[in-house]
Every structure is written in structure tokens, then in C-alpha cells.
Design a binder for this molecule. Sequence first.
Ligand code: HPA
Length: 271
Amino acid sequence: MTVQKINEAVAYIKKQYSISPEAGIVLGSGLGSFTAEIKIEKELPYSEIPHFPVSTVEGHSGKLIFGELSGKKVVAMAGRFHYYEGYTPEEVVFPIRVMKYLGIKTLLISNAAGGMNINFKVGDLMIINDHVSLFAPNPLIGKNIAEFGPRFPDMSEPYKKDLIHKARIIAAAENIDVREGIYCGVTGPTFETRAEYKLLNIIGGDAVGMSTVQEVIAAVHMGLPVFAMSVITDIGIRPEDNIITHEEVLQAAKDAEPKLTYIFKELIAQL
Ligand code: HPA
């Protein structure tokens, strides 16, 4: 049963590192060097933690990092689990539940995403203010675990407005340009066809990616406030846009990373 697995994972982690982190951070593709900012106190490879899935994608190293950032205790996931890797939705959100049970009060998520908004360019940062979940099964399907949250969770504010507000002020004060928009969560692993980018744009999407949505649903279910940001690593909407490779996605994410890091750090300082 999931609760028991989570308790076992948490018990193992607590034995290695007993301090409760205040914030949890999930790092997206190409965004892992953020962890260099953390004054590391303990690293735990996923493979050591009971019931933890193990990450397989290039650009993800696969460990929990505990330490201090901006004067706060944090836990960061270096490497996350994607539905397209073959993990069940429950496995995808397992670490989110573990971090909640470790005591985090806020979850910060980053990801690499394709842009559909015609005004976006590669390297832009986008604060996610809402999402559309497409195709990937909801991680809450199945018997509801009341200990986590209600059967029918409210999703009217999955991304906390006050955190978005704070992030906008932080970015403006540092002259960092940030976009804001709707993230469409798809399964991948194919990048979208031209027709799909167009469709996602028509239904109101500004960016599209293969992560985040299931994690956010699990977090909201447990009443955990979320802030999430995309790095726009490619633009798919115009016929002349280049074809996309994973290498280009990683490079674009890496280039934009310092700006994202700054915003996350300042936001954590203000938690
Ligand atoms: N589509 C889906 N996921 C992505 C993309 C994209 O264009 N870029 C980075 N992750």
C-alpha cells in the first residue's frame, strides 16, 4: 500500500538525515546544476531509498539532495520520473508524497517546455499559472487515500497566486523578463507534430511539456502549495521553426538556468 511505502521511505531517509526540509524542489531537464547553489548536508541516491523509482533519462542524475539554500532547509530532487519512461502515475508522484511526509511546506518545480505562444522565444522563462492535463492518466485514479487528501480535490488554484506574485516582484527587481502562462502536460516521448502544437495553442496553451502535471496534482491533493516555472527550450508553432532535439532542449535549459536559479533562490528566501 502506498502509505506504508511512503512511511518506509521516509523512515529510511530520516535515519540518514533527521532535519525536516521546509521546501521541496524538483529540477527539470538540463536544470540540475541548480543544486550547486545548495549547501549540501546529505545526498541520497534514489537507488538507496526503499520503494523509490530510479531515473533513466540523460540529464537527470537521480538523487535527493538535502541542505541549506537562502537560509532555509531544502530537499531537491536531482532527476524526476516521467510517465513516458514507463513509470506508473503513482510512481511518478511517489517522491512528491515522500517530500510532503518529510515536512515540506512548499513545492517548487522547474521544467523544460516547448513554446506555443507566438510571442515566446527560446530561453524565455514562464511562470506556470495554470495547466491543462492531456493524455497522461491522473495519479489519483484508484481508491482515494484519505490520509493524502479528498476524493475530488479542488484545482482552481494549483499554482499559488501569492507565490506567483512574489516571483514576479523578484524578477522585476532584477530586470529578469518572465512570461506567465498555461502549461499543457502531455505524455511524450515524441515532441509534438506541427498540428499538435497548433492545437495546443488553440486550446489556450502557452507551453507544452512531458512532466509536472501529475506531480502538481499529487501536491494539490495533499494541500501542498506549488510554484512552477518552465524554461522555453524550443518553439513549435511556426512552420519555419526548427526541428527539435533533446540536445537542444538541454542546451537551452542550461543557458536560461541562472535566471531561474535566481528566482527560485529569492523565492525560497521569502518563504
Ligand atoms: N514538447 C514537449 N516537451 C518538451 C518540449 C516540447 O516541445 N520541449 C521540451 N520539453
